[in-house]
Design a protein around this ligand. Structure first.
Ligand SMILES: Nc1ncnc2c1ncn2[C@@H]1O[C@H](COP(=O)(O)OP(=O)(O)OP(=O)(O)O)[C@@H](O)[C@H]1O
Ligand SMILES: [Mg+2]
Length: 382
């Protein structure tokens, strides 16, 4: 497929949106590199759609500018921006067949010979055999792909996707995530994808911007965000984190913290600066980084690992892993995910256990934040 290569980065500078006295989007600076798959991730109401609509020109920004490849497009109406949007409701024309739905943008511009381009597009989204069907004769995932083809045929420099997979069931969502990623790689244009599903954002995007209450809390590649969250919101919203309150007892190449009646260690480089003796700190550890040992086997745990003793209060077997909830002085419900390789039959609710992990896997967060930020919102969104 041929594509315009004359794009450029999308740059938002001080962009904000107020509705009366309510700030839907706080002044925000953001650069989306040309050709990247960029995700805006956040809970319902945090300002994702509003941000996207300001890029599309469907919403007027209260302050700030939008530029594309260095050109200020803030004042341009939507149809003059080299941008197309795919919405959650695919908004296909029910009376037109798939070919005519995809051809729509070309026809509107007075282009008569659409056949080749439409065929190419349908091939790209693997719907060549469906060209003569009407939208209601397609599955949700197929209709979704028609919507993508219909937008891409206009050769936008940027494709905006607002929860495009929201209406699909989980399995189809997963398939479509990979499919959209493939299409993006193939056409090489910039995709800005809005979702409240953190797994979806991490699966698809090169860069994820985590939004909370009209602000971007943190931005980075998925693995970096996951391993190095800088706020409790990001730690809790992106996957699950165990956050343990502690007090710093010594500093050096490692920071030692007293927490839950014991001592835990973490690398100084993973702590917020400055970390001083006597100060409070939140220690974060992801559930899959923790190992569980029955209390009777505690002697076999290697030296130098962080340890927390506790009691299993719940366990759920979910196939690839078993997820335990452990009550301990360091936290009322610590989450532990153990891969199901050799299961210890003694690890059942009521069992006394030791949680242990490599101190290097621990991250530190500023203790002045709400420890539960981002926790409830995950459940709301589910
Ligand atoms: N036209 C409007 N007038 C007043 N408030 C609005 C308007 N549009 C959006 N808002 C408010 O702005 C905030 C951000 O809305 P937005 O649609 O951007 O959220 P979102 O992150 O896309 O949420 P969701 O995941 O539910 O789609 C919300 O609190 C919403 O109620
Ligand atoms: Mg929205």
């Amino acid at each position: 497929m041929t594509q315009q290569q004359t794009g450029g980065d999308v740059r938002l500078t001080g962009i904000s949106k107020r509705y009366g006295s309510f700030a839907a989007v706080q002044p925000l600076d953001l650069t989306v590199p040309q050709g990247s798959f960029f995700a805006l991730l956040g809970a319902s109401g945090c300002g994702k759609t509003t941000t996207l609509r300001m890029i599309a020109g469907l919403e007027e920004a209260t302050t700030g500018t939008v530029s594309l490849g260095g050109r200020d497009i803030t004042g341009l109406p939507p149809y003059k921006r080299p941008v197309n949007t795919v919405f959650q409701s695919y908004a296909l024309f029910p009376h037109l067949d798939i070919t005519e739905n995809v051809a729509f943008g070309l026809r509107r511009r007075g282009i008569k010979s659409v056949r080749k381009q439409v065929d190419d597009m349908l091939e790209l989204v693997q719907l060549g055999d469906f060209a003569r069907r009407k939208p209601h004769q397609l599955s949700g995932g197929q209709q979704q792909r028609v919507a993508v083809a219909r937008a891409l045929i206009n050769h936008p420099q940027v494709l905006l996707l607002d929860e495009p997979l929201g209406a699909l069931d989980l399995k189809l969502r997963r398939q479509m995530q990979l499919e959209l990623k493939r299409i993006q790689t193939e056409v090489g244009i910039t995709f800005v994808h809005v979702t409240h599903d953190q797994e979806e954002a991490m699966t698809m995007a090169d860069t994820v911007a985590v939004m909370n209450a009209g602000r971007v809390e943190q931005l980075g590649d998925p693995a970096d965000l996951y391993e190095n969250p800088r706020t409790t919101f990001v730690a809790n919203f992106l996957g699950t984190s165990n956050l343990i309150e502690g007090e710093v007892v010594s500093t050096g190449s490692d920071v030692v913290v007293s927490a839950g009646g014991g001592k835990l260690r973490l690398p100084t480089g993973r702590c917020p600066a400055p970390t001083t003796k006597g100060g409070k700190l939140l220690l974060g550890i992801r559930p899959e980084k923790i190992s569980l040992a029955h209390r009777d086997d505690a002697d076999e745990i290697a030296e130098g690992r962080n340890r927390v003793t506790g009691r299993i209060v719940d366990s759920s077997f979910i196939g690839v892993s078993t997820q335990y909830v452990v009550e301990s002085p360091a936290g009322k419900s610590l989450q532990v995910y153990e891969q199901n390789i050799e299961r210890d039959a003694r690890l059942t609710p009521g069992a006394e256990v030791v949680l242990h992990w490599n101190p290097a896997h621990t991250f530190g967060l500023d203790a002045a934040q709400d420890i539960a930020a981002g926790v409830e919102t995950v459940e709301d969104a589910a």
